[in-house]
Design a protein around this ligand. Structure first.
Ligand SMILES: [Zn+2]
Length: 209
């Protein structure tokens, strides 16, 4: 196993040191955040030379704050994701730095990953819940009512479309009574076969008022 080639410090630009802690190497970056209020937008930036530790901490804090505070307005629904996409470049340059040395001041604590912080967890839970609400009803089989001769029904659709519901034959809602299909005549309607409990043709006769 060979060790990865060591990049000389000059590949990180001029002798920049972290503007927060003074360590080297550091890279110039703009880390963005967004705070959406009901009627106003606030675009937040932190610009300067970041060492890996302070840059990671800044990126995580700004991104997590954007996830938490970035959605409270109509335009923010677009501004918050754009802000996070714009941070990808800064984040990757900060992550490419080696471990910083020689800090003169305390470094920021990177803390937990953005995805492990409460704002991201809340949003992911909401997405999972929304996905579940969209998918689960489709997984529950549609219960198709079926009828036999002698049942009474009403049609919620317009014939020949059929959206049939069984109702009591003495109910005022009863529109048709059902017989076997070979007794169909006049203004009767043949039911879709899927409505037949025994998979044979059935006929709907208007109730005689
Ligand atoms: Zn630093």
């Amino acid at each position: 196993m060979s060790t990865p080639p060591h990049h000389p410090p000059t590949s990180y630009g001029s002798a920049a040191s972290c503007h927060i802690c003074g360590a080297i190497p550091a890279v110039h970056a703009v880390v963005r955040g967004h705070r959406g209020l009901v009627v106003t937008l606030r675009f937040l930036t932190e610009e300067g030379a970041f060492c890996r530790t302070c840059g990671t901490a800044t990126y995580r804090r700004m991104t997590s704050d954007t996830l938490w505070q970035g959605w409270w307005g109509l335009l923010s629904v677009f501004a918050a994701p754009v802000t996070m996409v714009m941070n990808i470049g800064a984040r990757s340059r900060i992550r490419a730095l080696p471990h910083p040395v020689g800090n003169l001041r305390p470094q920021l604590a990177p803390g937990r990953r953005v995805l492990a912080r409460p704002p991201a967890l809340v949003i992911m839970a909401a997405l999972v819940a929304a996905l579940g609400a969209a998918v689960v009803p489709k997984l529950i089989p549609h219960t198709q009512p079926t009828f036999t001769a002698g049942d009474c029904i009403r049609n919620h659709a317009k014939w020949p479309e059929q959206d049939l519901e069984e109702v009591g034959c003495s109910s005022p809602e009863a529109e048709y009574w059902i017989s076997d299909g070979d007794k169909c005549w006049g203004k009767d309607w043949l039911l879709y076969l899927e409505y037949s409990a025994e998979k044979k043709t059935l006929c709907a006769h208007p109730m005689s008022k």
